[in-house]
Design a protein around this ligand. Structure first.
Ligand SMILES: [Mg+2]
Length: 444
């Protein structure tokens, strides 16, 4: 396989320092209250997505407890999804099939059909985009839309929510839950706490009161580690967190501290985890990391290439796209920033391609011995996957489809358990592992 390299290294020193990201998942939040034209965000989360698709396609399963994944006899494998009747018995994703059967002897195991779910997901995302072009696909069954521009057409924010739910029913016959609020995070919490088949609109100004009684773990971004540190301050609910002292939290948690408080007040207008490094070019998808402590170790940088490639490939696959221009952004500790690009012969959504190509770019970009403070990768020149398929010859096509089945299965596990669940053995140093885990709770 031949690779075409654009050997040119761009040096981008100018305005980069001004736009340097905060070394955290959380960025400084603009003040919402001073915003006159208030934005509204609608969060859609499909109810028990995989299980609902199976129920839809086999109505005799309706109302009966079903688990997707695991062997049909329930002796092997892991449950990837459980419908609501099964959840009443305590069944949940990640449980072994044996344990599921012990808790619920009448459980029906359904074979996991990743291609079917991906297809339904693509239909849903396509539909959502027809409501509002400002769509963020957060996982195979979750998305966030900015809807302030379309409220007048439907009459009210809640009417937009109902229209979205109805449209998903009529197109895919699948149940969903919608939350609407003045920022994406709060909208997600509104949806999470209204399942199944729910619709909740938090009127601007009512967010804090709604969030107050909820445990801190209900907030997307507050994982077990943060929950434990908050407990040390006696903070268990979002209401208690909302009343904490910003100054004290800044001392204890750095920039994240005040952001946590704003999240609990329903005022956090910074970016969601999935928004990071979305890039100015909408036809590309990327991720980048600013490292708390600059990295000098080649193995560790290669590990980050693996992690970033996996995240990009998964997002690209969720969007049913393929891309062929891979760009690496590397920033040294002295803020010198390099961009380096290569063109992949076939448009791809394959993380192994991205990893191998990313490692080559790293070798071209990075001068050994210079500490790196930021590493980013993005895949550009994206086109819809269907457009690229006819270009493949049959032999490659078969290989690609086999590999795809594997990736789709991995993606669905990651969607359920977060990025940290499946980390490639290669290239992942302890620190990468720890940092990935400290990303916080990934939206399930
Ligand atoms: Mg869901």
């Amino acid at each position: 396989m031949s690779w075409i390299h654009k050997g040119e290294i761009e040096r981008v020193r100018q305005s980069e320092m001004a736009t340097e990201k905060l070394p955290s998942r959380l960025e400084a939040a603009p003040d919402v209250s001073s915003n006159t034209s208030q934005k509204l965000y609608l969060h859609v989360d499909m109810d028990a997505f995989f299980a609902s698709v199976e129920e839809r396609d086999n109505p005799s399963l309706k109302g009966r407890p079903i688990a997707v994944g695991g062997s049909v006899d329930g002796l092997k494998g892991i449950v990837t999804a459980a419908n609501y009747p099964a959840r009443k018995f305590g069944l949940k994703a990640g449980m072994t099939a044996i344990e599921a059967k012990r808790r619920c002897p009448q459980i029906i195991f359904v074979h996991l059909d990743a291609r079917k779910y991906t297809y339904a997901s693509a239909q849903i995302m396509d539909l959502l985009e027809s409501f509002s072009p400002d769509l963020r696909i957060l996982s195979v069954d979750e998305a966030s839309l900015e809807i302030s521009g379309i409220i007048r057409r439907y009459g009210s924010p809640a009417a937009v929510g109902q229209a979205v739910k109805d449209a998903i029913i009529s197109r895919c016959n699948l149940p969903s839950t919608v939350g609407i609020a003045t920022n994406r995070l709060t909208a997600k919490v509104a949806a999470d706490t209204s399942k199944p088949n729910g619709l909740r609109y938090l009127i601007p100004g009512s967010e804090a009161a709604y969030l107050a009684p909820l445990p801190v773990s209900k907030m997307c971004g507050i994982g077990p580690a943060t929950e434990a540190s908050l407990a040390k301050f006696g903070i268990k609910t979002l209401g208690e967190l909302a009343n904490a002292s910003e100054d004290m939290f800044r001392l204890k948690f750095g920039v994240v501290g005040p952001a946590l408080i704003q999240m609990a007040r329903g005022q956090y207008a910074g970016r969601m985890a999935h928004d990071d490094a979305r890039g100015t070019d909408e036809k590309s998808m990327g991720h980048e990391r600013t490292f708390g402590a600059p990295i000098l170790d080649r193995a560790e940088l290669r590990g980050w290439v693996v992690a970033l490639s996996e995240m990009i490939a998964r997002r690209v696959r969720t969007a049913a796209m393929v891309g062929r221009v891979l760009t690496m952004k590397l920033r040294y500790n002295d803020f010198e920033t390099l961009h380096h690009q290569s063109v992949i012969p076939e448009p791809t959504d394959d993380e192994e391609m991205l990893i191998l190509q990313g490692w080559k770019l790293l070798d071209q970009c990075w001068q050994q011995g210079r500490p790196v403070r930021l590493l980013g990768l993005s895949l550009g020149s994206l086109i819809p996957k269907v457009e690229s398929i006819h270009q493949m010859n049959l032999f490659i096509g078969n290989q690609v489809f086999r590999r795809e089945a594997l990736y789709k299965a991995l993606d669905s596990l990651k969607d359920k358990f977060g990025e940290k669940i499946i980390l490639r053995a290669m290239g992942h140093s302890q620190r990468v592992r720890r940092d990935l885990i400290s990303f916080g709770k990934s939206p399930k």
